[in-house]
Design a protein around this ligand. Structure first.
Ligand code: ATP
Ligand code: MG
Length: 313
């Protein structure tokens, strides 16, 4: 099985990310995978490793957010015994442990600035400097990084090195959110229901068409992970049964887009005034960026510009 086949989805944007990933997997180029939580960044990183020539060497995951700031450097690059209080023995570091293979730096946006400089040096020259060791060592490792934060924003705020950002992002791989892959929702539901039913030895539950519609209308803030967890719960609790809207979590059902959730005040309102106010608020939130403001209101940039003109904003 091709490692990328584990990533389910047919939407054009998703397929195009997979195609680029397959191409970069055959090279040693450093990769930055961007995407919201649960969009499959780790799964994609593993697929890149498995389909690369390094697949018989280690794949080592480092969650940058889980490491205390004071230890990140020594955990990554290793340390010599006695190089700092608490360094009771030599530690090779995760990069060394992955020698010949791939290091997956998850949540790279959390990496302290001081360590970013050292990482850049490692990417540029392959040099790994162990804490407490004067001589750097060359280590052959492929780096794949991931983030669910907007690194470009962090660069602007001075929290992430611009040079490292561009060095990582040679081939941008941005996994789309599930909301942008509405057509993939049913495909993924079918996949998880079938594979989880087999895994648990249970009969597959069936969905009513209105239950399926609710799944398609929901915004899935937790993306594929949230959808998988729901499928797992339904397979376990409702094996072989029919799933109706009443079996779905209230969040999913109440997000039905046939109602916006907005309640019209009993005394009514001035629609034009409200529209004008929302346009201004969106501009404020987006810092004057019209494309972002338009996205906040769920309309195209052209439709947004038209309304600004209409109200002379
Ligand atoms: N396209 C997909 N096809 C099948 N399973 C997927 C897909 N995308 C994600 N998953 C599954 O969803 C879950 C979450 O995926 P993963 O851990 O790769 O997400 P992530 O982007 O790394 O999330 P986070 O930012 O929260 O760490 C996993 O169980 C993974 O197997
Ligand atoms: Mg992850």
């Amino acid at each position: 099985m091709n490692a990328f086949e584990k990533l389910i989805g047919e939407s054009a944007e998703f397929k195009s990310v997979l195609r680029s990933a397959e191409i970069v997997a055959a090279t040693d180029v450093t990769v930055l995978i961007e995407g919201e939580t649960g969009t499959g960044k780790e799964l994609l990183a593993q697929a890149i490793h498995e389909s690369s020539s390094r697949n018989n060497k280690p794949f080592v995951t480092i969650n940058c957010a889980a490491l205390p700031e004071s230890l990140v450097e020594s955990e990554l690059f290793g340390h010599k015994k006695g190089s700092f209080t608490g360094a009771v023995s030599d530690h090779p570091g995760y990069i060394k442990q992955a020698e010949g293979g791939t290091v997956f730096l998850d949540e790279i946006g959390e990496l302290p600035l001081s360590v970013q400089a050292k990482l850049l040096r490692f990417i540029e020259y392959g040099e790994c400097q162990c804490v407490g060791d004067a001589i750097p060592h060359n280590i052959d490792v492929r780096l794949v990084a991931a983030t669910n934060r907007n690194i470009a924003e962090q660069v602007k705020k001075g929290l992430f090195r611009e040079d490292l950002y561009y060095r990582l992002k040679i081939v941008p791989l941005e996994l789309p959110s599930l909301k942008k892959r509405e057509k993939d929702i049913l495909l993924i539901v079918n996949y998880f229901i079938a594979s989880l039913a087999e895994q648990y030895g249970k009969a597959k539950p069936r969905f009513t068409s209105s239950a399926l519609k609710q799944l398609q209308n929901y915004s899935w803030p937790g993306n594929v992970r949230e959808l998988r967890n729901l499928c797992e719960r339904l397979v376990v609790l409702l094996a072989g049964q029919e799933i109706t809207e009443t079996n779905l979590p209230v969040d999913i059902v109440s997000s039905d887009t046939s109602s916006s959730g907005f309640k019209l005040p009993l005394h009514g309102l001035n629609l034009e005034y409200l529209e004008m106010d929302l346009l201004k608020q969106a501009l404020g939130v987006s810092g004057g960026n019209k494309s972002r403001a338009a996205r906040l209101l769920g309309i195209s940039r052209d439709a947004f510009l038209y309304r600004l003109k209409k109200y002379s904003i």
